[in-house]
Ligand binder design. Structure first.
Ligand code: ASP
Length: 144
């Protein structure tokens, strides 16, 4: 019932897309609508920038519009890594909110970042599968 799954993709025509699904957080109020279904918070996609899916403390993610905020930083010229650090760092310093994100840019570059304890993730590009769970632990294997 809990746990979040997010995905982002870029197709060969240059279209980006995201999807985010969650069961919410522990002890959530009955009827709570979290960040996940809210465009700009649980995710965002724009062919001119990229696509992003987010996870973490929904009330914080909603307040900072984490997905759109991250893409805004890219629009302003930040690298994907810088944009992810800036938006997650802002959410942490402003609200003590922890979370994570996966992002693919319109050029096919990608980044995975989180401030929570760990976040299982995987990325496929150019015949390679990258994956990890904990900080500074990335495995790269050939895709079949
Ligand atoms: N963001 C989700 C929520 O607050 C939970 C999660 O991503 O783990 O509902």
């Amino acid at each position: 019932n809990l746990g979040t799954v997010g995905a982002v993709a870029l197709d060969r025509k240059g279209n980006v897309a995201y999807a985010t699904s969650t069961g919410g957080i522990i002890n959530k109020m009955v009827g709570r609508v979290g960040d996940t279904p809210c465009i700009g918070s649980g995710g965002y996609a724009d062919n001119d920038i990229g696509a992003i899916s987010t996870t973490g403390h929904g009330e914080s993610i909603l307040k900072v519009n984490l997905a759109r905020l991250t893409l805004f930083h890219i629009e302003q010229g930040k690298t994907l890594e810088e944009a992810a650090d800036l938006s997650l760092g802002y959410m942490k310093s402003r609200l003590k909110g922890l979370g994570g994100l996966i992002l693919v840019s319109k050029t096919g570059d990608w980044v995975v970042k989180w401030t929570s304890a760990s976040m299982p993730w995987a990325a496929a590009k150019d015949g390679k599968l990258h994956s990890g769970i904990d900080l500074d632990e990335t495995t790269v294997t050939d895709l079949p």
